[in-house]
Write a protein that binds this ligand. Structure first.
Ligand code: ADP
Ligand code: MG
Length: 676
C-alpha cells in the first residue's frame, strides 16, 4: 500500500467510514497516519478508590448507578456512583448525557479526571471513560487520544492504525540529513510510530520533540524565505529630510516618548532603503501609534508619495482621519476619508482627488481596497489593528501601488518575543513600550460581589464629576452554567436600579455594524454615561473622558484580554480606574492579581502565553490555520533551535525543492504567515 492511496483502500474501511473520514479532512492513507493523537492518557498508575486523593486520578471501576437530570437553561447533569470494590466515589458530567447509556452496560471502565471539591462535596468532574477491555494490551501505559471524528468508533481507528504500522515505520525522512544529525532527531517514521503506539514515556518524548522541531523548522524556514523574497523586491526610496521631521515634531502638542522616537527613526531609515519596508509597530493601547504613522506619512508626502491608512471600522477610520488632519494640515498635507458612508458625488470627488494626487493621505476602511480606488502614487501603507485583516485584504491594498509600497502594520496586542519570531518572523518589529508622560497609571482593583453597592457609588461619583464608564459583561447566551451576566440583563437591571438617573448605552456583537458604530459615536460624544458592552467594544477607540471600566466576571477572561479592555480608559489626563469584579466571593486567582499588579501589556502577554498557550493571544483563527499538531508556540527554546537550523539550512546552499514534503509544508506556511 502506498501512503498516497485513498483512505478506502485500507482493508476494513467501507464507504460509510471513508465518508466520515473525508468529512474530517482525512482523504488518504497518509492523512490518516498523520492524524496524530492530540493527547495521551496515562494508565500506568491506576489507583484504588480507597486511596484516592484530590487531584488528577485514574481508577478502574464499574458504575453502580447513573442518572441524568436537567438543571437550568438547557443544561444537563449526569451523575454516577462508581465502585471498584475498595470504595465508592461520585462522578459528574456536564452536558454529556450519552454517558448514561455508556455506563449502563455494567462493564468495567478506566476513568481519568480530576477529583475535586465542588458543589459541596468531593467528586470526579467530567472524567473520560474508556472500556477497560478495549484498552490495548501492548501499550498498557500511555494511551493516545484522538480528536473525535464524527461517527467514528475509536476501536476501529486503533485497528486501522495498527494495520498501518509497517507503513509508518517506512515513512521517508523529510528533513535535511545534516539537520537530523546535528539536532539528534528521531527518524520521521519512528516518530510517527511512537506517537501512535507509545511505549515508554522517553520514546514518546523524543518522538514529539522531533515533530515539534519539524513543524517549527518549516515555519521558521517559511518566514526566512518570505523575508528573502521581500528583500529582493524593488521599492521606493524616500529621502530622509531632517528639517521636515523636526518641524513636525516641534509642532506636536506633546513631547514624543523615547519609544516613539526610536520607532519613527526605524521607519524613516527603512524609507530610505531601495527595498520596501515591512515593519510591525507593536504598542500597547494608548502608547501613541497614530502619531508615529502620521510622522512617517508627513515624510512620505514631502517626498511626493501618497499614504493609505486602513482601519477595521468606520469609527476608527474617522478618528484617525481627524487626528491626522490635525497633525498634518498645518504643513499643507491633505487628508481624505474614505468609508462606506461617503457616497454619491462626494465619493466620486474623493476618487478623483486620490487619482490625481490632490489628496496626500487617505484614511479609510475596507472601502480603500475597492477596485474603483486608484492612487496617483501610493508609497506608504499603514494597516491599523493588522490582525483584523486577512492576507488578501492587505495584499489588495499593497497592490494599488506600482512597486511594493512601504508597509507599516500596527497592533495593540503585545506579542511575546518567541511568538513574534514564528508568526511575524519576516517582519521587522518596533515596540512602543512606554506610556506618554502626561498619563496617570490606571488604578486597578479586584472587587468582590459583596461590595457591589460601594463600587457603584464610586462609579456614580465619577459620572457626577462629568466622566464616563464602561461595564463589560460576557457574551450573550454564553455558557449558562456559571454566573455570567448577559449584557441585556445587566442593561435592564442597571437601567431601573442603581443607575436609573444615568444615560445608559448597550453594545454587543448581535447589533448591526451601523448600530454598533452609532452607539460608539454617542459614547464618544459624551451622550452616554455608562456603556454596557460585551468585549466587542472597539479596541482602538479613544474616549479620553471615560475613566472607569468595570469588568464583570473578570476571572473568565484571559490576561491579555483584560489588559486590552483596561486600555479603554486611562487615555486622558484624568485618573482612571479599572475594577475587576470576580464571579464569586472566593479568593481571586493569581492571574487576576497579576493584572491588578501590572500595567505592562508585554509582561502580561508572557504570563498569558505560559498559562494558556498562544491561541488565546493572537486569535484562534490564525493559530488554527497553522495547524500545528505538536509544536508549542510558547516553547521559546525550541523556537530558537528551529530558527538557528533554518538559517543554517539557507546558508548551506541546499535546494529546498529536493525535499518535496518539506517544500510543500514551507510553501503553505509562507502563504499563511506572509503579510504581502
Ligand atoms: P494607540 O497606540 O492606542 O493607537 P493613539 O495613537 O490613539 O494610541 O494615542 C492615544 C492618545 O495619546 C492620543 O490622544 C494621542 O494624541 C496621545 N499621544 C500620543 N503620543 C503622545 C505623547 N508622546 N504624549 C502625550 N500624548 C500622546
Ligand atoms: Mg490606535
Amino acid at each position: 500500500m502506498n501512503p498516497g492511496a485513498s483512505i478506502d483502500s485500507i482493508k476494513g474501511v467501507g464507504d460509510v467510514t471513508a465518508e466520515q473520514f473525508r468529512k474530517a479532512g482525512i482523504r488518504t492513507v497518509y492523512d490518516l497516519i498523520l492524524t496524530l493523537p492530540r493527547d495521551y492518557e496515562d494508565f500506568s498508575n491506576v489507583g484504588r478508590i480507597a486511596d484516592i486523593q484530590p487531584g488528577s486520578v485514574t481508577i478502574k471501576a464499574r458504575c453502580e448507578s447513573v442518572s441524568t437530570r436537567p438543571v437550568r437553561r438547557g443544561m444537563r447533569i449526569t451523575t454516577a456512583t462508581l465502585s471498584d470494590g475498595t470504595g465508592k466515589i461520585n462522578a459528574v458530567w456536564f452536558n454529556q448525557p450519552y454517558r448514561e447509556k455508556q455506563l449502563k452496560t455494567g462493564e468495567e471502565f478506566v476513568f481519568t479526571g480530576v477529583f475535586e471539591f465542588s458543589y459541596n462535596r468531593y467528586q470526579l468532574t467530567n472524567p473520560s471513560a474508556e472500556k477497560a477491555a478495549e484498552l490495548p494490551k501492548e501499550q498498557h501505559q500511555l494511551m493516545p487520544i484522538y480528536r473525535m471524528v464524527q461517527g467514528l468508533k475509536v476501536p476501529l481507528l486503533r485497528k486501522l492504525l495498527t494495520e498501518l504500522k509497517p507503513l509508518m515505520a517506512m515513512l521517508p525522512e523529510t528533513l535535511p540529513g545534516f539537520i537530523v544529525q546535528k539536532e539528534k532527531l528521531m527518524a520521521r517514521g519512528d516518530a510517527v510510530l511512537a506517537m501512535h503506539f507509545p511505549g515508554e514515556k522517553d520514546r514518546l518524548e523524543k518522538a514529539r520533540e522531533r515533530w515539534a522541531f519539524e513543524e517549527l523548522f518549516s515555519l521558521m524556514l517559511a518566514s526566512q524565505l518570505n523575508r528573502q523574497e521581500m528583500s529582493r523586491l524593488e521599492g521606493y526610496s524616500l529621502q530622509f529630510d531632517q528639517k521636515i521631521v523636526r518641524d513636525f515634531v516641534q509642532h506636536l502638542p506633546f513631547e514624543l516618548t523615547n519609544a516613539q522616537r526610536i520607532a519613527a527613526w526605524d521607519i524613516l531609515q527603512d524609507f530610505q532603503k531601495p527595498t520596501p519596508m515591512n515593519r510591525l509597530l507593536q504598542g500597547d493601547v494608548g502608547s501613541g501609534k497614530t502619531v508615529v504613522a502620521g510622522l512617517a506619512a508627513r515624510q512620505a508626502a514631502h517626498a511626493g508619495y501618497q499614504s493609505a491608512i486602513m482601519a477595521p471600522t468606520e469609527i476608527l477610520a474617522i478618528q484617525h482621519a481627524e487626528t491626522l488632519n490635525n497633525l498634518l494640515s498645518p504643513f499643507g498635507v491633505r487628508v481624505g476619508l474614505l468609508t462606506g458612508s461617503v457616497k454619491g458625488a462626494a465619493r466620486k470627488a474623493l476618487y478623483d482627488a486620490i487619482e490625481s494626487g490632490e489628496v496626500d493621505v487617505v484614511v479609510g476602511t475596507h472601502a480603500l481596497i475597492q477596485e474603483t480606488v486608484h492612487f496617483a502614487k501610493l508609497g506608504f501603507v499603514v494597516i491599523d489593528e493588522q490582525h483584523r485583516f486577512g492576507v488578501a485584504q492587505r495584499q489588495a491594498l499593497l497592490s494599488k501601488s506600482e512597486k511594493m509600497p512601504h508597509l507599516l502594520a500596527m497592533t495593540a496586542t503585545p506579542i511575546p518575543r518567541s511568538l513574534a519570531l514564528t508568526v511575524y518572523g519576516e517582519l521587522d518589529i518596533s515596540i512602543l513600550n512606554e506610556r506618554p508622560k502626561n498619563r496617570k497609571e490606571i488604578m486597578t482593583k479586584i472587587w468582590s460581589p459583596n461590595s457591589r453597592p460601594q463600587l457603584y457609588a464610586l462609579i456614580d461619583q465619577q459620572i457626577k464629576e462629568g466622566r464616563q464608564a464602561y461595564v463589560i459583561c460576557n457574551l450573550i447566551d454564553d455558557n449558562p452554567d456559571n454566573e455570567r451576566k448577559s449584557v441585556e440583563a445587566e442593561y435592564k437591571r442597571l437601567n431601573v436600579g442603581e443607575f436609573k438617573h444615568r444615560r445608559i448605552g448597550l453594545l454587543h456583537g448581535k447589533l448591526k455594524p451601523a448600530e454598533k458604530e452609532a452607539v460608539m459615536r454617542q459614547f464618544a460624544a459624551g451622550d452616554i454615561d455608562i456603556l454596557i458592552s460585551t468585549t466587542v467594544v472597539e479596541v482602538g477607540v479613544d474616549v479620553p473622558n471615560a475613566t472607569v471600566i468595570l469588568i464583570e466576571d473578570a476571572d473568565r477572561f484571559g490576561l491579555s484580554q483584560l489588559h486590552q479592555l483596561r486600555g479603554r480608559v486611562g487615555r486622558g489626563a484624568h485618573q482612571s480606574y479599572c475594577y475587576l469584579m470576580v464571579s464569586s466571593s472566593k479568593a481571586p486567582s493569581q492571574r487576576l492579581k497579576e493584572v491588578e499588579k501590572s500595567n505592562d501589556g508585554f509582561y502580561l502577554a508572557e504570563v498569558d502565553l505560559s498559562l494558556r498557550g498562544p491561541g488565546e493571544i493572537y486569535g484562534r483563527a490564525q493559530h488554527g490555520e497553522l495547524n500545528l499538531q505538536v509544536a508549542n508556540l510558547a516553547d521559546a527554546k525550541m523556537i530558537q533551535r528551529a530558527q538557528r537550523s533554518a538559517s543554517q539550512f539557507l546558508e548551506s546552499g541546499e535546494d529546498l525543492l529536493q525535499y518535496k514534503q518539506l517544500a510543500k509544508d514551507v510553501e503553505r506556511y509562507q502563504r499563511l504567515t506572509t503579510l504581502n
